[in-house]
Structure formats: C-alpha cells, structure tokens
Design a protein around this ligand. Structure first.
Ligand code: SIN
Ligand code: CO
Length: 378
C-alpha cells in the first residue's frame, strides 16, 4: 500500500502496529490544499468544536472556543492551534480515514489537526493511543524518544503532559505528504520548522478499567433484582464469621456467568465502541417516515455522514452507541456499512428487499442524510 510505503497492510500490522514507529515518505500525494490555517482558526471559534492553543516558549495551554482577536494578537513564532475531530466538520479530512480501513473502523477515534508557526508544538510527550501523523503542509521536525511507562515523570510546571526527560532515538523533518506512525507509549516531539498543518489520526483503545466498569455498568442495567447470591447448598457452619472458599466460589461463578456471556459482551462492546465522540451534537435532520425515505430516494441519494460510527455482529447493527436488531445477513451488513452513498438502485442491488424502516432509523440517527438543495418535499 502506498500509504504504508509499499508495505502490505498485513506486514505493517505484524511488524509495526503497536510495536515500532514507522516513517513513510510521500505516503499521500501532496495534501497541502486539503485545508488551510484560516479554516482551522474558523473552526476554533465554534462552540461545538474542541480546540486548544499551546505556546511553546512557556508551555501555556488555553482552551477554545477562541475569538478572532485571539489569533490576531499572536506572535510570529512558537505557538500551535490544535483542533479536535476535524473529520466531523470537513468531509475531505474525514476521507483520510479511508487509507486506514485495514484497521477496524470502530478503532478510529478522530482526526486532530494542528496548525503551527515556526517553533510551535506541544512538546515531548507520549500518547496512550496509536497515531498516524501526516504532514499536510509546511515542514515539521519529529523526534522519537524512549518507550514510556507510568514511571516516566511529567514536568510539574505546566498543565500539559510534557515529559521531564526525553531520550532522543531518531529525528526526521516531515514534508507535505510524509507520514509517521507512532505506537502507544512511544515518546515523540514535533516542532514546526515552517508554518504548516499536521494531521493526527487517532484511535480508540479503552483502558482495562474502562472495559471493566463500562461492561459492569451495562450488565448491572440489564440484570434483574432477584438474580441474587444464592447458597441452596449451604452447610452448617462451625465458625459463622468465616468467608470460606466455597462462598467465594459461588460469587466467582456468578461473575464468570456474566463475563462468559458472549451475547451480552458483543452487545455491550458494539454499543460502546460506536459511541459518538461528542454525543451532544444534535442532528438537525427532520424526521422521515419509511414512505418519505422511499419517495425521496427517487429524487436524490442518501449520503453517509462520515463521522457516524457503525459496526455489526450477526443480528445487530451498532449505530452511534445504540444496537439495532436486524435481519440483514452479514454480507448485507458489510455492504451497508461500507456505502458512502445510497441510491434507490444501489439499495435494491445491495440489500435484497430494502428495509426502509432500518433506513429511516439510520437517517434519524444521522448516519445517512439527504443533501439540501434537491427538489423534493411537496
Ligand atoms: C501535534 O500535532 O503537534 C501533536 C500531535 C501529537 O503529538 O500527537
Ligand atoms: Co502525540
């Protein structure tokens, strides 16, 4: 694959993914025109967009939304503007995910963009997640450091997580189109050489604590009150104060029943991994009935909202953190999840007997939408 410098997806996964950094020169054809600093500054003034401004000379962090004046008064050097989840707002940026579809899409998190002037960067740090850093415009120098653990200290004079110590291993200057893959825990340090934009393709990886507590929460919600600790096999005790090994076995058996429930596990995991990053962004789609969808599809296609998260297991389609029971078979589910555009014709080819109720649900959940401007509602 070109994006992997000629490596196959499988070789990349076996040799580098979660294991070692990889630099790929010219991973993408010149992406300098994809987005500009002004577009990012514009996004950073929006209430719904998460943004940060970092100054590199004093490691000061400010949170958006910003006012235009905030940018007008910035110096010529040593700052960077970070804008989270640009894929939610700019389809051309969301399309960058397409280069990485050899990784499950439910592992994707968001695409963060950073606009920097010379000297700008967020300092030496490590992330808990894999990241593909793609230079979109300008030049940025990247240094790779040690593999970090919880024991690596951060500086205490800034609220940014900046490593107190950075053991440089390698250093490269990335040009537009170059890409650097950094596994979780590997220290890295980017500094802009010239004004430019870096794109960070980030992934989701729940911690063990999150997996445990989120699954437990899901199980607790669906469990019924009268499913209780039970000991019909209880024997008369000589010491009533002891918790015996047989008592613990009973509790453990209950826990085991729950964690061995694969149906519950898949239902929870599918919902959890498709939860939207920002659940407070409400859809402005009007409600469409099944018949409306059918009629409107004769006039215009349904477009996929690229930020919407979908996944499936047999019998369930996971949509933006919710599970929808479905009779579609695996091939149909695969087809539906991969479509960027649905037309009346493609639907009748792809899904034998189009389930309009499912489509209207997907429109209600903002996974597909009709673009404005087409002649339609009467
Ligand atoms: C940046 O673009 O400056 C930060 C990206 C990262 O280090 O993950
Ligand atoms: Co990082």
């Amino acid at each position: 694959m070109k994006v992997l410098g000629g490596l196959s997806a499988q070789s990349f996964l076996s040799q580098y993914w979660q294991k070692a950094p990889l630099l790929v020169r010219s991973a993408l054809p010149d992406p300098s025109d994809l987005i500009g600093g002004d577009d990012l500054a514009g996004l950073a003034t929006e209430e719904a967009v998460e943004s940060r401004l970092v100054t590199a000379n004093d490691w000061r962090l400010r949170h958006g939304p910003f006012f235009e004046d905030d940018f007008a008064n910035l110096p010529e050097r040593d700052w960077t503007l970070l804008v989270q989840a640009v894929d939610h707002w700019v389809p051309e940026i969301a399309a960058l995910f397409d280069h990485f579809r050899f990784i499950p899409t439910w592992r994707f998190d968001d695409i963060m963009l950073s606009y920097s002037v010379p000297g700008g960067g967020v300092g030496p740090h490590f992330d808990q997640y894999d990241v593909f850093l793609i230079q979109l415009s300008g030049q940025r120098e990247w240094r790779i450091g040690q593999t970090c653990t919880e024991a690596d200290d951060c500086r205490d004079d800034t609220e940014l997580n900046i490593l107190a110590q950075f053991d440089e291993q390698e250093r490269w200057v990335l040009e537009p189109g170059d890409m650097l893959y950094v596994p979780p825990g590997v220290a890295h340090w980017g500094t802009a050489i010239s004004e430019g934009i870096t794109c960070s393709i980030g992934f989701r990886a729940p911690s063990r604590a999150e997996i445990w507590s989120e699954f437990a929460h899901f199980m607790a919600e669906r469990d019924v009150e009268f499913e209780r600790y039970a000991d019909p096999d209880l024997n008369a005790r000589t010491d009533p104060n002891a918790i015996t090994s047989a008592d613990l076995d009973r509790v453990q058996a209950r826990l085991r029943e729950m964690i061995e429930d694969r149906d519950a596990l898949s239902l929870w995991f599918g919902r959890y991994m498709t939860e939207p990053k920002y659940s407070d962004i409400a859809s402005d789609e009007p409600d469409f009935s099944d018949a409306d969808i059918q009629q409107q599809l004769q006039v215009q296609p349904l477009m996929r909202n690229r930020a919407a998260r979908l996944a499936y297991v047999p019998g369930w389609l996971f949509v933006q953190g919710q599970a929808v029971a479905t009779e579609l078979n695996e091939k149909q589910l695969q087809w539906l999840c991969n479509q960027q555009e649905l037309t009346a014709d493609s639907l009748s080819d792809g899904l034998d007997g189009v389930p309009f109720s499912l489509l209207s649900e997907l429109v209600r959940k903002d996974v597909f939408y009709f673009e404005d401007g087409e002649e339609s509602w009467v």
